[in-house]
Design a protein around this ligand. Structure first.
Ligand code: FES
Ligand code: FES
Length: 153
């Protein structure tokens, strides 16, 4: 079976490459990084979002082979040195999640946003996050948490 070397959260891994297998399944099934969730499988909901070289991608439609040689970051790699990312801390402080299913994707998108725009306006936040569906309706708390994290960074 063919294999591919990928770098996830700063560590190198070798994963099997089977035709049609997505990055999402490699992360979850091969590496056990189950913080990345499976929702629609069609790039519609955002819950599978991870970062590739700092940019948010939908891992449910990204092939493993498209991630070779690039730096993948998942929710498990957002905290550094045992310290939560300011977004994670803000999420806790404002009690953002309800069921939580969408939240790892939301956090990864928000992390990418603050990397490219450290002080986004409310409109810029809503625009960046608009592709993420939350069945629990936590949208307003997400906006407030991103603003709180930005104010602390
Ligand atoms: S599971 Fe990838 S966007 Fe919904
Ligand atoms: S917190 Fe339940 S789907 Fe978003």
């Amino acid at each position: 079976m063919a294999s591919a070397k990928i770098t996830v959260n700063g560590k190198d891994y070798t994963v099997p490459v089977v035709e049609g297998v997505t990055l999402q399944f490699a992360l979850r099934d091969d590496l056990g990084l189950t913080g990345t969730k499976f929702g629609c499988g069609m790039a519609e909901c955002g819950c599978c979002t991870v970062l590739i070289d700092g940019s948010p991608v939908r891992s449910c439609i990204t092939m493993v082979t498209d991630a070779i040689g690039k730096e993948i970051t998942t929710i498990e790699g957002l905290a550094k040195g045992g310290v939560l990312h300011p977004l994670q801390q803000a999420w806790i402080d404002l009690q953002v999640p309800q069921c939580g299913y969408c939240q790892s994707g939301q956090l990864m998108e928000a992390a990418a946003l603050l990397s490219r725009n450290p002080h986004p306006s409310e409109q810029e936040i809503r625009q960046a996050m608009q592709g993420h569906i939350c069945r629990c309706g936590t949208y307003n708390r997400i906006v407030k948490a991103i603003q709180l994290a930005a104010s602390r960074m």
